[in-house]
Design a protein around this ligand. Structure first.
Ligand code: BGC
Length: 740
């Protein structure tokens, strides 16, 4: 079978890996387009060129005048337009009018962080990753792009493809979790959702892979902090998702804020011009992060704005986001001979080529097909609810869920039960709290007729106030079941919001203890933007459902899952530790020379906490039970041209239909560099009726077994391997394989 056909087959079976069908076509521009762009560049002043390499905030002073003067390539943000009482499409039309009437009439582009919806707010990206459902994620981003582009926003700074292995870092909520294979599947699908097959369609938008690279590994989990990662760690864990989305035609990449191995990435030419452009073949535009060009001074590698501009430009950053340093400095740098005009032209050419691909030269108003903000489409609202349902992970269930239709009375308790803003998450484009259906309202509206719903807040999310606990205890006592909604608020997640603890903040634990003591069965719904350490809940909750940050339909989604109208469809995209002290804790760790042996203290362990996670990567319960048969491989020895077919019999042994996420992991027993104990290499969502069985098949090319050698080359090394198939990263069901 030719390689291309193999790849296609592997994709169909394993739900990951790009195909032409799900990639954006980045074919070369026509010669007419290239001529037009070159002619324009020939006519541009240095200031106009630097302007095309600049994006300003919509709150920039004298923005309109600057646009009219041809000094602004595009704008970022949408809130000030709202504050000015203008609707976004109206604002963007006004700006585009100014641009097309400027001296050269070059159209602008308009950015806005469209991360999980635009009008309708979908679940946060970490929740979407928990669906393990790439095509669903693609649909969510498609819907987001439709909404954003109707208003004129044609560039999003998403998806964030950063690997997040430290839950202290607030931005784990924006990513797809700890594993590169899952990350690629999810963020690759998101990219396709935003960009579609062609960027020039009026409802597709330019996507951005961010943040190149290693941002998730900030020391101590503190946002913006420095990062140190070995070359092999970068190549094997942090860079692959970037390479993957480049293969799928992503048009832009954002450099990270951080300094990586003592070099701020905004000034790292080996990374941007080398790894990204030369090695990965990226031909799109590279944008700095917000003010990051100017911040090279704070990083301590530039003494002046001029030096900062030069460092970033030389490294391959095409566009300065917000700091204005390029506009102020690049013309002078060219005049002084410090930056060549040829290099400047090349960057401008990349920018204009991307605007061309977006279709802006053909029609600067292409993305403004709505005069006012488009209404919230019912179809998108339904998608918001369904994706939230599919993302929720059932962590515990001791016979209490799904709630019986005749349960009679439910006490809804907790600081996040009657909350709206925190279900939206910290960055939510035009999402509005008043559109959010709270979990309390979701239960009121969706519980079976005749169910009595009572409510008490108990305690606030944070702080020491416990006065409300008594009332919460009273409502819990009077009900048949208590649903306690606890977790984190927007103030604890997202950019600039790292935590030094990953337990429940404030006095939420005291509330839970008091409710537990009533003896009323306690269902806990967790609203969280990260993996949390919740051993008490593990031991005491009668059921525990992680709802993540579920978006505006979080309430109905929780209600449907609790009452069994929907399955809790999610599986963990991150490992949940027992204690923060174990962090970073992830499933694909490396073996040590002293594996843990309880009889020998001088083996790897803590004296005060187990090594194992509280809930492993890939974990999640269902309302039914599944049994896995033996792992069967069609080869015991894989030759140079062989493809491996692995299969397992899956049976729904429970009494209702359900979906299992079947996961395949590989392990190389001996390598040149000690290979991780497991690597995810395939997954499938399989729906089975009660009592039904099926054979779940995976097809693995030899390359699925490749790992990094001592010289940082990815090789398939001859030797012994294991193939595990099961329900999470701790599956013990395996078969042995030898590779020749
Ligand atoms: C963030 C980026 C974001 C940008 C624009 C920055 O602070 O790091 O991820 O795209 O702001 O809003």
């Amino acid at each position: 079978m030719p390689v291309a056909a193999l790849l296609l087959a592997a994709t169909a079976l394993n739900t990951a890996a790009p195909t032409a069908a799900v990639s954006t076509q980045m074919t070369p521009l026509s010669s007419a387009a290239r001529d037009k762009i070159n002619t324009l560049i020939g006519r541009m002043t240095l200031k106009e060129k630097a302007g095309q390499l600049s994006i300003f905030g919509v709150d920039q002073k004298n923005l309109a005048q600057r646009v009219a003067d041809g000094e602004v390539g595009g704008t970022n943000g949408m809130l000030p337009a709202k504050a000015q009482g203008r609707q976004l499409p109206d604002y963007i039309r006004h700006m585009q009018d100014l641009a097309v009437h400027s001296r050269l009439g070059i159209p602008m582009w308009f950015m806005g962080d469209t991360i999980h919806g635009f009008r309708v707010t979908f679940p946060e990206p970490l929740a979407l990753a928990a669906t393990w459902h790439p095509s669903l994620v693609s649909r969510v981003m498609r819907a987001s792009a439709e909404e954003a582009t109707a208003s004129g926003v044609n560039w999003t700074f998403a998806p964030m493809v950063d690997i997040g292995r430290d839950p202290r870092w607030g931005r784990v909520v924006e990513g797809a979790g700890e594993d590169p294979f899952l990350d690629e599947a999810i963020t690759g699908a998101a990219t396709f959702g935003f960009q579609g097959r062609s960027l020039s369609a009026a409802d597709t938008m330019l996507a951005t892979a961010k943040h190149l690279v290693g941002y998730g590994a900030v020391q101590g989990g503190r946002d913006y902090n420095a990062v140190n990662l070995s070359t092999r760690e970068l190549k094997s864990v942090y860079l692959p998702p970037f390479q993957h989305v480049v293969k799928r035609g992503i048009g832009s990449v954002m450099a990270a804020f951080i300094s990586l191995n003592d070099r701020p990435t905004t000034a790292d030419g080996a990374l941007i011009n080398g790894t990204l452009r030369r090695d990965f073949g990226f031909g799109g535009v590279v944008v700095s992060d917000y003010d990051a060009v100017a911040q090279l001074q704070q990083h301590g590698i530039a003494a002046s704005p001029r030096q900062a501009a030069r460092l970033a430009f030389d490294a391959g950053v095409d566009i300065d986001l917000h700091s204005g340093t390029y506009l102020a400095q690049l013309p002078a740098l060219v005049r002084a001979g410090k930056v060549s005009e040829k290099a400047l032209d090349a960057a401008v050419r990349r920018v204009l080529a991307m605007k061309w691909r977006l279709g802006l030269f053909a029609d600067p108003y292409r993305y403004l097909h709505a005069k006012t903000l488009i209404p919230h489409k019912a179809e998108h609202v339904t998608l918001a609810r369904k994706s939230a349902e599919q993302s929720m992970v059932l962590l515990e269930n001791h016979g209490v869920l799904p709630l019986k239709p005749n349960v009679g009375s439910v006490a809804v308790i907790g600081p996040l039960a009657d909350d709206r803003a925190d279900l939206l998450g910290p960055v939510h484009a035009l999402g509005q709290p008043d559109r959010v259906v709270s979990i309390l309202d979701g239960l009121r509206q969706n519980a079976p007729k005749g169910t009595q719903i009572t409510y008490a807040q108990g305690v606030p999310v944070d702080g020491e106030d416990t006065q409300g606990i008594a009332q919460a205890v009273a409502v819990a006592k009077a009900a048949k079941v208590a649903v306690v909604v606890v977790g984190e608020s927007n103030a604890m997640i997202g950019e600039g919001h790292s935590r030094s603890r990953i337990t429940l903040p404030g006095r939420q634990r005291a509330l839970l203890k008091a409710i537990k003591a009533t003896g009323t069965p306690m269902v806990v719904v967790l609203v969280s933007g990260r993996a949390m350490a919740l051993p008490w809940l593990h031991d005491h909750a009668d059921a525990l459902l992680d709802a993540w940050i579920p978006g505006e339909q979080g309430g109905p989604a929780v209600a449907n899952v609790l009452f069994g109208k929907a399955e809790p469809g999610g599986r963990l995209p991150v490992t949940f530790p027992r204690d923060l002290g174990q962090v970073p804790l992830y499933y694909s760790y490396r073996p040590t020379g002293r594996p843990y042996n309880p009889a020998d203290s001088y083996t790897t362990h803590y004296v005060d906490v187990a090594n194992s996670p509280l809930y492993p990567f890939g974990y999640g319960l269902s309302y039914t039970q599944f049994a896995f048969g033996k792992v069967t491989l069609d080869h015991t020895t894989l030759g140079a041209h062989d493809v491996l077919h692995a299969s397992v019999k899956l049976t729904n042994t429970g009494r209702r239909a359900g979906t299992e996420v079947v996961q395949l992991y590989v392990h190389q027993k001996v390598g040149q560099t000690n290979p991780p104990v497991r690597l995810l290499r395939g997954f499938k969502r399989v729906h089975l009726a009660a009592g039904a069985s099926t054979t779940v098949k995976f097809m693995l090319p030899r390359s699925a077994f490749a790992w990094w050698d001592w010289n940082n080359h990815k090789v398939v090394a001859p030797g012994d391997y294991e193939v595990y198939i099961g329900a999470n990263a701790q599956a013990s069901n395996k078969a042995d394989l030898h590779i020749d």
